[in-house]
Write a protein that binds this ligand. Structure first.
Ligand SMILES: Cc1cc2nc3c(=O)[nH]c(=O)nc-3n(C[C@H](O)[C@H](O)[C@H](O)COP(=O)(O)OP(=O)(O)OC[C@H]3O[C@@H](n4cnc5c(N)ncnc54)[C@H](O)[C@@H]3O)c2cc1C
Length: 557
C-alpha cells in the first residue's frame, strides 16, 4: 500500500490530536507536524495559572514532547518551523526553519491546517511598548513573569474582561498586584447576559479589582519610571507596571487565504462537516475554522480547546477513510473568577435578540432559579444562579448560564449534553442524576430548572421578568417575611408573607395583574398557585428578588 504523507501545520490542540489519532488508525502513513513555536502540545489553557504560580513548573505545561511523539507515535515534529506558503497545484508547502533562517519545500498527499488564532492587537499608539503583553505561548508567560519579578510589579491593567482577562486578573491578584480591568462593554464576560455577569462584578470588586466598564483604551505611553500610562477614551489615565491585552483572538488564516482556500464571512477557514476545506487534499481544524452553532444554525468562530481537539480527531478519522461529521458547537465554557465559577452553554439572550432569533414571533421563554448546589442541611451548601432559555412551543432547550461556586460546571455540562441531543425541559425534569447530600439534591438543580420551565409550559404558573417591571401596570406582591422585606425591597411592592396569604387575600386587587416574588422564586410560586385558584391574575417574577438585585448591579433600570 502506498505510504501517504500527512503534513500538519500547528502542533498544539487541534494539530496534535489529529496527528496522534491518525497514527492510531494507521501505522503506514508518514506524519510530520510543523510548529512555529518552541513547544509542541503545550497546555495553553494553563498559562494564566503558570503566571500566577499555581502551576509551579514550566515542564508541567508540556503535555508531550517532540521526543515522545517520535518514540510513541512515530510522528516527526519540526519545531520552530513556520509553514509560509501552500502550493496547492504541486501539493507542497514551503517551510521556514526559524533557527537556520532557511526555507525548503515538503510535498504532501494530505495537508491539515491547525494554526489556531492570534490575540488581537489593535493599532493603538504605544501598543508595542515593553510591558504590554498578550498571552498565547509559554514564552509569553515567561516574559510576563520576568516583568513582574524585574519591576517588582504592583499595578496591572487588564484590557478586556473575557476569559483570559478574568483568569489573568485572578492570577495577578494572587501575586499581590492591584488590577484594573478596562472593558468596552458595560459588563465583563460579554458572552453572558448582563444580569448573570452582575455577581462576577461583585466578586471582582470584593477582591479589590477596579472595573472600568464602558471604557476603551486609546493609547499607551511610557513614563520616566518605565511604568505605562494607559489612556482611556474618557480621558482617565491608569498607571501600570504591566498591561495584559486580552481583547479576543482572530483566526490565523493568512496561509489558507494566500493559497486561495475559502474563508467564511466570519473570518475563519471554511470547512464542511468532515473538516475538509474546498481543496479535497486540505483539512482544517481548531480556532482557525468557522463552525456552525447547533442552536442558531449561524456560522462563527469559537476558540475553545474542546472543539479543537474533537475536530482534530474527526479530521483524522475522515482522512483515514472513516465517515465522521462534526456536530457543530454550543460554545460550552467555564471560567473561574476568584471564588466564583461562571459557565454557559448555547447562545445568551443578548445574542439571540441581537441575531433576531428571539423576537416577538419567536416562541422563546426564560426562567431563573437559585437552587443550592447540594442538600442545604449538609455543610458548605451554596446557591447556583441558573438561567434557562427554552422554546415555548415544544420545550426544546436553547441555552443555559450559571454562576455560583462548586457544581456550576457540572450542571451546565448536563444541560449542554441535553442541548446536543435536542432534549426538552421535560427531559431535564426527568433526568436521573446521581445524588448524595454532599454532591447534590434529590431534586438536582438541573431537575429544578426543568421543573420550573415545565411548570410554565404546562401553565401551572405564568412568569414575568424584572426588565418588564417598569413597563407594566401591576401590583408587586412580596411574599417574603417582613424582616427580609425590611432589608430591601422593590419600590412600591406590597409585603404579604406567604404564610399570611390566605387570610389577607382581600388586600390583593383583582382588577389588575399581580406579580409575586420572594427571594428566589419558590415561595412566590406557591403563592401564585394559591392565588390563581382564587381567580387572581397572577405571575411569578422569575428568579425573585435575587435576580432583581442582579439587575440592579448591571446598572440597568
Ligand atoms: C491563555 C489561554 C487560556 C485558554 N484557556 C482555555 C480554557 O480554559 N478552555 C478552553 O476551552 N480553551 C481555552 N483556551 C483556548 C484554547 O487553547 C484554544 O481554543 C485551542 O488551543 C485551539 O487549538 P488550535 O489547535 O486550533 O490552536 P493552538 O492551540 O493555538 O495551536 C496552533 C499552533 O499552530 C502554530 N502555528 C500557527 N501558524 C503556523 C504556521 N504557519 N506554521 C507552523 N506553526 C504554526 C502556532 O504556533 C500554535 O502553536 C485558552 C487559550 C489561551 C491562549
Amino acid at each position: 500500500m502506498k505510504r501517504r504523507r500527512i503534513l500538519i501545520v500547528g502542533g498544539v490542540a487541534g494539530g496534535a490530536s489529529c496527528a496522534a489519532r491518525a497514527r492510531r488508525l494507521s501505522e503506514t502513513e508518514e506524519i510530520i507536524m510543523f510548529e512555529r513555536g518552541e513547544y509542541v502540545s503545550f497546555a495553553n489553557c494553563g498559562l494564566p495559572y503558570y503566571v500566577g504560580n499555581v502551576i509551579k513548573k514550566e515542564e508541567s505545561l508540556l503535555m508531550a514532547t517532540s521526543e515522545m511523539f517520535r518514540q510513541r507515535f512515530e510522528i516527526e515534529v519540526r519545531l520552530q518551523s513556520e509553514v509560509i506558503a501552500i502550493d496547492r497545484e504541486n501539493c507542497r508547502i514551503e517551510v521556514k526553519d526559524l533557527r537556520a533562517g532557511e526555507t525548503y519545500y515538503e510535498t504532501y498527499d494530505v495537508l491539515v491546517l491547525a494554526p489556531g488564532a492570534r490575540p488581537i492587537k489593535p493599532p493603538l499608539a504605544g501598543i508595542d511598548l515593553p510591558g504590554i503583553f498578550s498571552l498565547r505561548t509559554i514564552p509569553d508567560s515567561r516574559q510576563i513573569k520576568a516583568r513582574i519579578a524585574e519591576f517588582k510589579a504592583q499595578r496591572a491593567v487588564v484590557v478586556g474582561g473575557g476569559y483570559i482577562g478574568m483568569e489573568m486578573t485572578e492570577n495577578l491578584r494572587k501575586l499581590g498586584l492591584t488590577v484594573t480591568i478596562v472593558e468596552m462593554q458595560p459588563q465583563v464576560m460579554p458572552l453572558l447576559d448582563p444580569e448573570m455577569a452582575a455577581p462576577i462584578h461583585d466578586e471582582l470588586l470584593k477582591h479589590g479589582v477596579v472595573l472600568r466598564l464602558n471604557e476603551t483604551v486609546v493609547g499607551f505611553e511610557h513614563n520616566g519610571d518605565r511604568s505605562i500610562s494607559v489612556q482611556l477614551n474618557s480621558g482617565q489615565v491608569e498607571k501600570a507596571d504591566l498591561v495584559i491585552l486580552s481583547i479576543g483572538v482572530r483566526p490565523e488564516t493568512e496561509l489558507a487565504q494566500d493559497a486561495g482556500l475559502k474563508i467564511g464571512s466570519r473570518g475563519g477557514i471554511e470547512v464542511d462537516d468532515h473538516m475538509r476545506t474546498n481543496d479535497p487534499n486540505i483539512w482544517a481544524v481548531g480556532d482557525a475554522v468557522e463552525v456552525r452553532d447547533i442552536v442558531t444554525g449561524h456560522w462563527g468562530v469559537i476558540p475553545l480547546a474542546g472543539p479543537a481537539n474533537r475536530q482534530g480527531r474527526i479530521a483524522a478519522d475522515n482522512i483515514m477513510g472513516r465517515d465522521r461529521s462534526f456536530r457543530g458547537v454550543q460554545g460550552t465554557s467555564v471560567v473561574g473568577i476568584m471564588g466564583l465559577v461562571a459557565a454557559f452553554t448555547g447562545p445568551s439572550e443578548k445574542t439571540l435578540r441581537h441575531m433576531a432569533v428571539w423576537d416577538e414571533t419567536a416562541q422563546l421563554e426564560k426562567v431563573y432559579l437559585h437552587p443550592a448546589q447540594h442538600a442545604g442541611y449538609y455543610p458548605g451548601s451554596n446557591a447556583i444562579s441558573l438561567k434557562l432559555i427554552f422554546s415555548k412551543g415544544d420545550g426544546r432547550i436553547i441555552s443555559a448560564q450559571a454562576v455560583g461556586g462548586e457544581g456550576v460546571e457540572k450542571r451546565i455540562d448536563v444541560i449542554s449534553m441535553a442541548i446536543q441531543k435536542n432534549a426538552t425541559v421535560f427531559d431535564l425534569e426527568e433526568a436521573e442524576l446521581c445524588y448524595a447530600p454532599q454532591f447534590g439534591s434529590a431534586k438536582d438543580p438541573v431537575n429544578m430548572a426543568g421543573m420550573v420551565a415545565a411548570n410554565v409550559l404546562r401553565n401551572d404558573v405564568q412568569v414575568s421578568h424584572w426588565e418588564d417591571l417598569e413597563k407594566e401596570k401591576i401590583m408587586v406582591l412580596d411574599v417574603r417575611d417582613p424582616s427580609e422585606y425590611k432589608n430591601g425591597h422593590i419600590d412600591g411592592s406590597v409585603n404579604i408573607p406567604l404564610n399570611d396569604l390566605r387570610k389577607r387575600m382581600g388586600e390583593i386587587p383583582k382588577d389588575r395583574e399581580v406579580w409575586a416574588h420572594c427571594l428566589e422564586g419558590q415561595r412566590s410560586y406557591y403563592a401564585a398557585r394559591v392565588l390563581s385558584q382564587y381567580g387572581y391574575e397572577i405571575k411569578n417574577l422569575s428568579g425573585g428578588y435575587k435576580t432583581y438585585t442582579f439587575r440592579a448591579a448591571t446598572g440597568s433600570k
